[in-house]
Design a binder for this molecule. Structure first.
Ligand code: 4AD
Ligand code: MG
Length: 434
């Protein structure tokens, strides 16, 4: 028998699958208390928590004493009979016949009411909290569903380099890195490379880290975030928005189905998520500018919407929505609207409840002359983009794509207050450890 076959999951015990049976369970001590004759250990592992009742005399004395000595986070396995007991958390407990402490933990530094800063310092240990365990399970499911959605629709997963020489999303957030005797940057987006790869694969996606030297310390910015990006030949801006709507519905449905208990543990109002259903509203930038100025902002044509603007804007929404037709300053690669070149055929998708932008995407310029003109307009060095321009020389086609900030998306799905709780080891301007 393989070692793991001997052990059952707490989740299965809680589902009533082993009531009355003798089982073996392994994990870590979540809580421990007791008297000289009776000890209650709440054991945790990745599948849940369960109370273990240890009665002196019902197992060898050395084992009872070891259980008495073992502190929180000690690792162990126990063997015993599963009993239904309303007083136990979750309604089941194990009456121990055997307790085997694998490692006696030192005094665990995390106790109740520790500050946010402290929990960040000991993130390598805080990952064991039920809050982080649930969040990371949701994260895993969202990544799976993202991949699944695109693979099922004939998209190929592809990859781009992390070391790059040109900016995709503006020079101000580039991270320089020493690359032997020259300076290069960490990638901000897979997009420019994706635009080369569609000529062989047509429909592609990636899941990869992107880097932004973004000083803004908001609840939604990381310097290293996980980017789900998609690019497709023959698709326009509106086609891409429809695809995003379908993806959104697919992922939300899947995550509610597979991760209900974790969402509930985090206090997410699931009924709110269940109500989300496309089509989502499309609001032109011009309209949004008016809406914000009515709310007391003082914005001019061309201004970016930051966190405050998007928070104010999305607080009243109960559905995600798109902002479309951004001004020309939005980005050099977006295709100007042939019917009104003052605006671009691009979009952002904003999450409701104050969360704001989770997707940026749109149609790309596919005509060489227009692209060269825009590179000039943005003051970029055409030398750095020569291969990108090249793609407009040999059988160029209309194409579109988008980037979804997966950490932001998870922050919203789980209704977590800060993006740093949506990723195991967050990278922010002030923090690169642990
Ligand atoms: O809007 P952005 O900058 O768009 C792009 O990078 C495009 N090249 C994507 C594409 O079309 N392939 O970034 C896309 C998304 C944002 O909507 C946001 O969700 C996320 O990436 N994002 C960040 N997430 C966390 N921290 C940051 N600093 C982020 N910057 C962007
Ligand atoms: Mg954006």
């Amino acid at each position: 028998m393989r070692m793991e076959d001997e052990f059952v999951s707490i989740e299965d015990i809680m589902a009533g699958k082993y009531t009355g049976e003798s089982v073996k369970v392994r994990g870590w001590i979540y809580r421990t208390r007791g008297t000289k004759k009776l000890r209650f250990i709440v054991l945790r592992n990745s599948t849940g928590i369960i109370q273990v009742t240890i009665i002196k005399g019902e197992l060898p004395d050395e084992e009872f004493e070891a259980a008495e000595r073992a502190l929180v986070e000690s690792s162990l396995w126990v063997e015993g009979v599963v009993r239904e007991d309303k007083r136990a958390p979750g309604g089941y407990e194990i009456q121990a016949r055997k307790v085997n402490i694998i490692h006696f933990a030192e005094i665990f530094p995390i106790t109740k009411d520790k500050s946010d800063e402290f929990l960040m310092d000991v993130r390598h240990l805080w990952l064991r909290s039920r809050q982080m365990t649930s969040t990371l399970k949701i994260r895993s499911t969202v990544f799976k569903l993202f991949r699944e959605f695109f693979l099922e629709r004939g998209f190929y997963e592809t990859h781009s380099p992390t070391f790059v020489t040109g900016a995709c999303e503006g020079g101000s957030t580039l991270f320089p890195v020493k690359y032997f005797d020259r300076e290069v940057y960490l990638t901000q987006s897979w997009q420019l490379y994706a635009e080369a790869m569609i000529y062989s694969l047509e429909k592609i996606f990636t899941v990869a880290p992107s880097f932004r030297a973004e000083k803004s310390r908001t609840r939604r910015h990381l310097t290293e975030f996980w980017h789900g990006e998609v690019e497709a030949a023959w698709m326009g801006n509106e086609d891409m928005m429809k695809l995003e709507e379908e993806m959104m519905e697919y992922i939300l449905e899947g995550v509610i189905k597979e991760r209900r208990a974790d969402l509930e543990y985090l206090g997410r109002d699931i009924s709110f998520l269940k109500e989300i259903s496309p089509p989502f509203e499309r609001l032109p930038y011009r309209k949004v500018l008016e809406m914000l100025n009515e709310k007391g902002f003082n914005l001019e044509w061309g201004d970016d919407f930051g966190y405050d603007e998007e928070k104010a804007l999305t607080e009243e929404f109960s559905q995600p929505f798109f902002i479309t037709h951004f001004p020309r300053s939005k980005g050099f690669y977006h295709r100007p609207d042939p019917e009104n070149p003052e605006v671009l055929l691009c979009h952002d998708m904003l999450a409701p409840e104050g969360y704001g932008e989770i997707i940026g995407g749109g149609e790309r310029i596919w005509e060489k002359e227009v692209l060269l003109e825009r590179i000039k307009e943005f003051g970029l060095d055409p030398e750095n983009y020569s291969w990108y321009v090249d793609l407009r020389r040999y059988g160029s086609v209309p194409h579109s794509g988008f980037g979804l900030g997966l950490d932001r998306f998870i922050t919203w799905i789980a209704d977590i207050k800060h993006i740093k709780y949506a990723i195991p080891f967050p990278r922010t301007p002030r923090r690169v450890t642990p």
